[in-house]
Design a protein around this ligand. Structure first.
Ligand SMILES: Nc1ncnc2c1ncn2[C@@H]1O[C@H](COP(=O)(O)OP(=O)(O)OP(=O)(O)O)[C@@H](O)[C@H]1O
Ligand SMILES: [Mg+2]
Length: 382
């Protein structure tokens, strides 16, 4: 490292101990130090000898400061502190030049959002957290993500796991209906309690008044809604967290990967190529972000008629997706379940009860109950 770069690094280090008096965090943390430039000084006559008689170099150091509020009353205090930090540099003679500007609107918005988020941290990001997180994605719409999420969550809860589910499909939320939830989350001093239904702790934009206006949410607000669900809702430490994603190959999966680095993607498809081709693309998001694809679920695989399995939507979609993702991602992406087309699944779902449960809330010991139990066990296996 050249001397100038070393000086810049050292000044940065010193500035990291300068605390913004209002926000209580260091000016480097807050992004207030936009740049530091050190350059040998041609004009500084103080270059010469230090106290011990050794040669000392002279540098001009320019610090570009961006204040949160232009002309804020504390700017002088901060400038003085920055001057002090530069002046404390021991091995050379530095002449500080402090250039004061203000943050762009976007940068300030981001900073404020960060500060708010920090007050109530996303609990699933804590080191040592053991919650298994499965994000249920598809690609094509209407293949049964929400039905799979709801029944899987009910299965986990019935098997004794502390289970939570987030409806991350902001425009097309459906978990409240599938769980028969008509109540709102309780608000405890700004901390929301999830609504528990059929043993599952749930949150959905559909539980809030004016949810029909959610469709107006755009860009950053959509991204932030997930962060809010994670940080503003009191989750405790569930064993399992399921996320019902919107159809598509897009933004929400990336937001999930960022907010929940441990999340594993589960790709749902139906047997026909029109669904499985898009399902592959939804899994390929794992090439862009550090998220593992846990496996594939094929839904509506067959319809049982007079003891015969009719493959109404064709055959092989789940296998195709599993094979193609295994090849593209370079690790085993298994086909974890093939679920039947089961009219009851739709009917009970519409009546507000996951079909895997009987009216008392126990896991049904037959067909669909067994299919989901097997899927739950496979997902939890290491
Ligand atoms: N295995 C199944 N048997 C019978 N009906 C099913 C099955 N899976 C899903 N359905 C029905 O298909 C419809 C679409 O399912 P669902 O809403 O779960 O799909 P989705 O992928 O979440 O849709 P979207 O993309 O709109 O979010 C619903 O009416 C649901 O009841
Ligand atoms: Mg859905």
């Amino acid at each position: 490292m050249s001397d100038a770069r070393r000086i810049e690094a050292d000044i940065y280090e010193r500035l990291s101990r300068v605390i913004d008096p209002e926000l209580g965090r260091s000016v480097t943390d807050l992004g207030m130090i936009a740049a530091i430039e050190a350059a040998p000084s041609n004009t500084d006559v103080r270059a010469g000898v230090d106290n011990d008689g050794d040669a000392r170099d002279a540098y001009d150091v320019t610090v570009h400061v961006e204040l949160t509020v232009p002309g804020c009353p504390l700017s002088e205090t901060i400038t003085n502190q920055i001057n002090g930090a530069v002046a404390s540099y021991p091995d050379a003679t530095l002449t500080p030049h402090i250039e004061v500007g203000s943050m762009s609107r976007d940068k300030l918005d981001d900073l404020v959002a960060d500060l708010k988020a920090e007050r109530k941290q996303n609990p699933f990001n804590k080191p040592g957290i053991t919650t298994r997180i499965f994000a249920i994605a598809s690609g094509k719409g209407g293949v049964g993500k929400s039905s799979v999420t709801a029944n899987l969550a009910a299965t986990f809860a019935a098997l004794g796991y502390d289970t939570a589910a987030i409806d991350a499909d902001i425009y097309g939320f459906s978990l409240p209906r599938l769980f028969g939830v008509h109540t709102q989350p309780t608000n405890l001093n700004g901390m929301l309690m999830p609504v528990t239904a059929w043993g599952v702790k749930l949150i959905s934009i559909g539980m809030f008044a004016g949810a029909d206006r959610a469709i107006l949410w755009r860009g950053p607000r959509l991204q932030r809604s997930l962060e809010q669900f994670l940080s503003d809702v009191w989750w405790g430490e569930p064993d399992v967290l399921l996320l019902d994603l919107a159809p598509g190959t897009g933004d929400m999966a990336i937001s999930v990967a960022q907010a929940l680095p441990n999340a594993e993607l589960v790709v749902v498809t139906t047997p026909q190529p029109s669904a499985s081709d898009v399902a592959v693309r939804s899994g390929l998001v794992a090439l862009q972000v550090p998220m593992k694809v846990r496996g594939v679920v094929e839904n509506m695989s067959w319809y049982e008629h007079k003891g015969e399995r009719l493959e109404i939507f064709g055959h092989g979609g789940g296998e195709r997706v599993a094979e193609q993702l295994t090849e593209a991602l370079g690790y085993e992406v298994p086909l974890m379940a093939r679920l039947p087309l089961e009219p009851e699944l739709r009917e009970t779902g519409e009546a507000g009860r996951p079909a895997v449960l009987d009216a008392e809330g126990a896991l049904r010991p037959d067909g669909i109950g067994n299919e989901f139990r097997a899927l739950a066990e496979r997902l939890m296996a290491a």
